[in-house]
Design a protein around this ligand. Structure first.
Ligand SMILES: [Mg+2]
Length: 419
């Protein structure tokens, strides 16, 4: 067994569960949370799912249907959900510094293999007791398998499911029973293509020859195949396209203490978020910034704070997002703390606004965003940006990459030279 394993901590029905913390009367009631302006269901409690409420179902359909009479609908409160997300991070930070927050309610942790199960149970108990949130935790040798383990923990209401404790035979049995479309990163289009090769279960996918998969599909699918078979190979940034939220959250290479530095980091991270939103054709209504001192593993006072800002109109333009993130970070900053982790999250995603949208971002913002995209596509991510992100010299807080090998194949200035 490897010395370290992955654990995925995932809140059960996050939005509905947060609402229930303050409304115990909603405990066993079907709850749905509605999108901005109460348009459609963006989150459903277990009971609401059992009633057949679909993700994205318009509220007017639910409201007038006697079948859903018992359903309680709430407007989304992203400031509240973001705050619980930051509090959850503060709890997990007591157990490990190796955390990759992946979405508002999911965090990947790296844990020592011999204690992972015990830590997971303790963590589940603490998040339940201190925050009032139910979580399911999956443990496995790779992130993709940890996703599978979490699904089992949820489906069987086990709380924690540890695939590293299972025999290889029973792991294969789990994979053989799992539809391929439920594997992390395998969307509906890939599911259809895989069905053409008679691959319908996760087990069949895991047994494919990785080399063939790379040629027939992509290197991303190849990684999924290897991960399912137990070899970790997902880089941190790898993720399926976002539907509900998108975040960029990192441990800094060097902690920052000054207010302007904290704002610089948030400003730079917001630009990463903006670029990815545009790549996926999404826009956000709400920006959330997290600051954390890194928890009990470091000297100095522990602090984990977040703030949320709702934007006037959904946008994916770089300037308004960077401005909002920097402003939030400046407001969150506290003297006497050194911050090690910063996160910028775009919540409440919608399809990119069209040209005629009533509240579309000002044309100037879009023009700037398009110019930034064009320049960074050609000259690299650090070629241009707002604030610190526009400087060529690496800021002090940037991830330590002194030992990074050159981009031999994607940057002209880093081509290997043959003499
Ligand atoms: Mg969840």
């Amino acid at each position: 067994m490897p010395a370290e394993v992955y654990a995925l901590v995932d809140v059960d029905s996050m939005y509905a569960s947060v609402e229930r913390v303050f409304r115990p009367d909603l405990r066993s009631v079907p709850v749905v949370v509605l999108s901005n302006n109460d348009g459609c269901a963006v989150a459903r409690s277990r009971e609401a799912k059992a009633l057949g409420v679909a993700m994205g179902q318009p509220w007017f359909q639910l409201k007038n249907n006697p079948r859903y009479r018992s359903v309680v609908a709430l407007s989304s409160n992203f400031a509240l959900y973001g705050d619980f997300s930051a509090r959850m991070l503060a709890v997990t930070e007591r157990h490990t510094p190796f955390i990759h927050p992946y979405s508002i309610d999911e965090q990947f942790l790296r844990l020592p293999a011999d204690r992972a199960g015990a830590i997971a149970w303790r963590l589940r108990e603490q998040i339940g007791q201190w925050l009032g949130l139910p979580v399911s935790i999956g443990i496995a040798s790779t992130k993709t398998l940890a996703k599978v383990a979490t699904k089992i923990a949820k489906d069987r209401r086990e709380g924690v499911h540890d695939l590293t404790a299972a025999s290889p035979k029973s792991v294969w049995q789990v994979l053989d029973e799992l539809p391929v479309g439920e594997v992390w990163g395998i969307g509906s289009r890939l599911t259809a293509r895989l069905a053409g090769h008679e691959v319908t279960s996760a087990g069949q996918l895991a047994r494919l020859d990785p080399g063939w998969v790379r040629r027939a599909f992509t290197v991303v699918v190849e990684r999924t195949v290897r991960e399912l078979a137990g070899t970790p190979c997902l880089p941190v940034e790898q993720e399926p396209s976002p539907r509900r939220q998108l975040m960029h959250c990192r441990m800094l290479g060097r902690p920052v203490a000054r207010q302007d530095e904290v704002a610089d980091v948030a400003c730079a991270f917001a630009q990463r978020v903006a670029a990815r939103l545009r790549r996926y054709g999404r826009a956000t209504n709400t920006v959330c910034v997290w600051l954390s001192t890194g928890g009990g593993f470091y000297a100095g006072p522990a602090l984990s704070v977040q703030a949320t800002q709702t934007l006037l109109a959904p946008t994916n333009a770089v300037v308004p997002l960077a401005r909002a993130a920097a402003r939030l970070a400046r407001a969150l900053w506290r003297p006497g703390h050194t911050f090690r982790r910063v996160g910028v999250m775009a919540l409440d995603l919608v399809a990119e606004p069209g040209q005629q949208a009533l509240w579309a971002s000002p044309a100037a913002d879009d023009a700037v965003a398009a110019a930034v995209d064009a320049i960074t596509a050609r000259f690299g991510r650090d070629a241009i940006g707002v604030g610190r992100a526009g400087f060529r010299q690496r800021p002090v807080w940037a991830m330590r990459q002194e030992r990074l090998s050159p981009a031999y194949t994607t940057r002209w200035d880093q081509l290997p030279v043959v003499r």
